[in-house]
Write a protein that binds this ligand. Sequence first.
Ligand code: NAD
Length: 497
Amino acid sequence: MTEITNYQLYINGEFCDASDGGRFDSVNPSTGEVWATAPAATEEDVDRAVNAAHHAIFEGEWSKLTPTQRGHLLHKLADRVAEVAHNLGSIETTDSGKLAAETRGQTAYVSDYYRFYAGMADKIQGEVLPIDKPDMHVFTKREPIGVVAAIVPWNAEMFLTATKVGPALAAGCAVVIKASEIAPAPILEFAKVVDEVGFPPGVINLITGFGEPCGRILTSHPKVSKVAFTGGADTARHVVANTANNFAPVSLELGGKSPLLVFDDADLEGAVNGAIAGNFGASGQSCVAGSRVIVQSGLYDQFIEMVTERAQQIRIGDPLADDTQMGPLATQVQLDRCIRVVAESAEQGATIHTGGKRPEGRDDLEAGWYFEPTVIGCPDQTITSTRVELFGPVMSVLKFDTEEEAIALANDTEFGLGAGIFTSNVARAHRVSDAIHSGIVWVNTYRAISPIAPFGGFGQSGYGREAGVDAIRDFTRTKTVWINTSSEPMANPFVIR
Ligand code: NAD
């Protein structure tokens, strides 16, 4: 029998249970068994965490540190995350089913995000304004915006935590991070790392609980000044409504149905690799999955043949094993949805070239939420699999003849997160990337990310950008200071001279 790990919340620099002792189970998607439990934070816990963060920013030890000292602590965090990346990655894999090779690699890279923002901590500058009044010295300061509520989903927790915590702390804010109820363990394991680094109490608070009530109470809390949210569009609508209470600005990193265009002049091998990475990496559970693959007619048949063969060769299995290439989906709900949508798409006229079902003849995969890598040929974009975000290993392939047609197909979506273009024609690469409506475009590559490069979308993919230099501005507020430099006292406003 699996030994169960019972995690604790991390509030104001202390590990604790929920105030009413409430807990919930976390299931390992590759076995279907409960392996850990996490506290269900109550209103009292959320309130304590927000107050601790508020105290840290405005009165506590954190508020007395220089920006350079804040940067040193972020560097320490980066070092420690890099040291324990293997363990943090393994916990994330056990909790979410995501491949260990990905979670460990991504967590190691996450340390670069902390380092990037550590370096920025003492480079956040105000301006002296060339003001249009005599005897006035006017300047702006960029102050920490206040308490940041960071809400993360289950599919890349260490990464999506870093993209929020890095800039927030560099700006002098303090954070309350709420993990997803589907995979709560990585965040609570991360709490141990935060504790070792020695941040002043209240700077980073880590809590777990359900969207209702925990997420709602956090995002509507009167002392929260900024909400950084990553998750689904329906949840985002609740979050935006919650902030009607505190008027906290929100950034929304939501889902997508990203197009990946393959032109006849593309390097076919590279394009196939891009489509495989974009659809089967992380079992397709990626917001930037390139799940609408739009291929020019001259290459279409060959492309379908190659991706089908490659999909059939993918080694499915225990996500912790070194030779596994694709793990399970994170939840039974995800699995059922993939099965249902693929079947519905076939009824609408799509051709299933491979997959569309649970793996057969594998006793070791029966208990987990496994789904075969799937390739579907779609006659047009009325097919359900081309319209909805599936968050599973399902590649929908469409055919086009002209560049105009490809752009029209790519832009026929309510989302606007990522896009891929595979072509050997430089002029076309620029032309098409200009024409595509998305926050990120990758040319002859796919799913590349960096702390230096802004990340985000528009439309149903949300708004705001994470990563990059500009992201830090979202965690600051501008104060304008007017200083009268005249040797005379301020004039009486009711005496006209
Ligand atoms: P989700 O929307 O179900 O949950 C996200 C988080 O919101 C969870 O922590 C959840 O507890 C919380 N939540 C739920 N109800 C809430 C409420 N009323 N108030 C406040 N918080 C609430 O998303 P998920 O299923 O965990 O993650 C998958 C989604 O995330 C997909 O749509 C995916 O595309 C998206 N995603 C986007 C990005 C990106 O950077 N654009 C990255 C990863 C995932």
